[in-house]
Design a protein around this ligand. Structure first.
Ligand code: FAD
Length: 434
């Protein structure tokens, strides 16, 4: 089958790789010059199955209200005259009940565990390198109240097979000695030994290279402008190609993986996707004092920041990322937010990074109200989705890519997840071997 993948971020690239592995003739189209150049460019780097608690949870509405208008708020709604933003906000509120939160955690953990296993298998199969670290993720708390609030979700995650262990402050410092500096403020931590980190952009470019070597056609510099149907199915995609010319690209199946821009292409076809851009920030800086820098990937609950370290022959870098701002598609850097992140890094790990060389970046997370991504079929038979991965697109990339490749191929996915437009998957034990 000829499959056209729309978008070459983490999700489009993993989809293309696994589609090719299943024997399809695959073309990937992206407007950027290289794969992974938009939201998959400088994210937090965490493969964090343990980061499964969605933004929408019972404590969220009060926090969001408290944070309204605060420039350095971890999650900031900037209310706009934008119907899509308001609708998204209402759907978000509906996802904040205890029952919906439990359901969403279950979905996120199942896909996360499968995806991490798929990434590890891919690493064994291909030897792909992307500054990965396999030292787990330590989630630390400087507020006793927040720490207490994390115990029930952590227990639920353990029941679902994600070994997120609760550890005391001393144990947290033993696991990551660079935290010794803030030992008096530590209320507690959780540690997930199986979680990982790595540079998502390097991964995307390397995987695209492997896919191309295997026969995938990668068309960069091409703007996708519309999907056109004939007889109830997608016939072709219209693009402005790299030479600036109008072109129709035909295929048998189309996988929509355009991140935050996916709903804009789907809407004219009557396929409404509950995705809204949630702008996040990251800071990358060279390590200045290696002994003061963290080794383990970290999550700072109070500031909603994640910390990864990338060490290879290309250098030794610290990446810190987080915060979310729902304010449409603009990607400007707000200096207040940038400074707040750098201040926090200096407070936690004084002298570890060279802040004078800090590089700032923003990206638009394709957020759904539930944090659960949209993977599967649409009402248009040959249009498939692999989008809406929000905060966890790196964690979920390999599992989502492999699953959509199987769905497009008419095979059952290997994970029990509520795939869009599909009956709930049967137990993996009952699935046909392929
Ligand atoms: C600050 C921040 C920190 C994060 N940290 C983590 C983390 O630690 N762990 C984790 O798991 N996830 C993290 N994420 C989330 C993760 O980065 C995203 O979920 C993921 O990158 C989304 O990938 P995507 O392929 O869906 O979108 P994208 O990477 O944005 O890819 C979409 C592609 O579509 C292309 N495109 C769009 N419109 C068009 C068009 N009209 N024509 C042609 N091409 C088009 C774009 O060029 C782009 O390449 C973070 C995100 C942010 C912003």
């Amino acid at each position: 089958m000829r499959v056209i993948v729309l978008g070459a971020g983490l999700l489009g690239t993993t989809s293309a790789y696994f589609l090719q592995q299943l024997g399809h003739e695959v073309t990937v189209i992206d407007r950027q010059g290289t794969p992974g150049a938009e939201t998959s460019f400088a994210n937090g780097g965490q493969i964090s199955v343990s980061h499964a608690e969605p933004w929408a949870n019972p404590s969220a509405p009060l926090k969001v209200l408290k944070w309204l208008g605060r420039e350095d708020a971890p999650l900031l709604f900037r209310l706009r005259a934008d119907m899509r933003q308001w609708l998204w906000g209402l759907q978000f509120l509906r996802e904040c009940t205890p029952a919906r939160t439990r359901h969403n955690i279950e979905q996120i953990v199942r896909l996360g565990t499968y995806s991490r296993d798929t990434l590890q298998q891919l690493r064994r199969d291909t030897g792909i390198q992307y500054d990965q670290r396999t030292q787990g993720i330590l989630h630390f708390y400087t507020s006793a109240e927040e720490f207490d609030g994390a115990l029930a979700p952590a227990e639920q995650m353990r029941a679902l097979g994600c070994e997120r262990q609760v550890v005391g402050a001393d144990e947290a410092v033993r696991l990551e000695p660079a935290l010794a500096h803030i030992r008096p403020q530590l209320a507690g931590a959780t540690y997930t030994a199986e979680d990982e980190s790595g540079d998502a952009n390097t991964f995307t470019r390397e995987l695209a290279r492997l896919a191309e070597a295997a026969g995938v056609q990668l068309r960069t510099g091409c703007h996708i402008t519309a999907l056109r149907t004939t007889g109830g199915a997608i016939d072709h995609v219209e693009i402005t190609n790299a030479e600036g010319r109008f072109e129709r690209v035909r295929g048998d199946a189309f996988v929509l993986a355009m991140g935050s821009f996916s709903p804009l292409l789907a809407e004219p076809l009557g396929v409404c996707l509950p995705i809204y851009p949630a702008k996040g920030y990251s800071v990358t800086m060279p390590v200045r004092d290696a002994s003061a820098a963290y080794q383990v990937s970290l999550t700072d609950d109070e500031y909603k920041l994640v910390f990864s370290r990338y060490t290879s022959e290309r250098g030794d870098r610290l990446r810190i990322a987080g915060t979310a701002e729902l304010n449409g598609y603009q990607r400007d850097l707000n200096p207040v937010r940038c400074e707040a992140i750098v201040r926090r890094v200096e407070q936690l790990f004084p002298g570890a990074g060279d802040t004078s060389q800090a590089q700032f970046w923003t990206g638009l997370r394709p957020a759904t109200p539930s944090n659960v991504p949209l993977i599967g079929r649409t009402k248009i038979g040959n249009l498939f989705l692999n989008t809406g991965h929000g905060t966890l697109g790196w964690t979920h990339a390999c599992g989502s890519g492999k699953s959509i490749a199987r769905i497009v191929s008419g095979l059952a996915p290997e994970v029990d997840f509520a795939f869009t437009g599909m009956p709930r998957a049967v137990s993996p034990a009952l699935m046909p071997a392929t």
